[in-house]
Design a protein around this ligand. Structure first.
Ligand code: PAN
Ligand code: ZN
Length: 189
């Protein structure tokens, strides 16, 4: 076969874990120190500040190209700060009309969603759960289980990430551990 006619896949995915491998894979790591503002009481932990809360692997070589798609895998560790489970920062997309799919590979959690009017709801994440995040909906993932929560995501490469609204006002709901089980409560309670 001619090398011109057959090319390599962009990367490979291990479907048991969601892990990506290949030259175009980039990884970012988020530690407790970077996330302290997402927790209601960031002092309610004795974990060291460099504790890894989550890692994101991304294929980002086409970032920003209109119409192109991105793929990412997030591994969110289990843990709590006070009564709150480990969670991602959460964000809107800069282009509010750009949606995203999430699919859970392993673990248990909650996908916390909020529209621009601050209407909030949560969807349970479990192995095989498939979620569509429509445009203009902020999204955050919370690990309510005992093992790393692994999920894959696919989104428009020109969506962009807008963290500022969430950094300033947070989500209208939180997922907390009550008597050992997850409960979804309003943030002002
Ligand atoms: C995901 C998220 C990833 C990490 O790939 O970026 O899970 O969450 P934060 O970006 O909120 O820290 C995604 O939603 N991309 O659009
Ligand atoms: Zn997103």
């Amino acid at each position: 076969m001619s090398a011109d006619l057959v090319r390599s896949a962009i990367a490979s995915i291990d479907w048991r874990t969601g892990s990506l491998a290949g030259d175009s894979v980039r990884e970012t790591v988020r530690t407790l120190a970077e996330l302290k503002d997402v927790f209601r009481d960031p002092t309610a932990t004795e974990l060291p500040p460099d504790t890894v809360v989550y890692r994101v692997q991304r294929l980002d070589d086409r970032s920003g190209d209109e119409g192109a798609l991105l793929w990412g895998t997030t591994v969110l560790e289990p843990g709590v700060v006070g009564d709150e489970y480990f969670m991602t920062h959460g964000h809107f997309h800069q282009k509010r009309e750009r949606g995203e799919f999430y699919a859970t590979v392993m673990g248990e959690g909650m996908l916390v969603l909020m529209d621009e009017q601050r209407n909030c709801w949560a969807e349970k994440m479990f192995p095989g759960s498939l979620h569509y995040v429509s445009g203009a909906t902020a999204h955050r993932v919370v690990n309510t289980g005992e093992i790393p929560l692994r999920f894959v995501a696919c989104w428009a490469s020109d969506a962009g990430h807008d963290y500022s609204a969430i950094a300033q006002q947070g989500f209208g709901i939180r997922v907390v551990r009550r008597a050992g089980v997850p409960a979804v409560v309003r943030s002002d309670l």
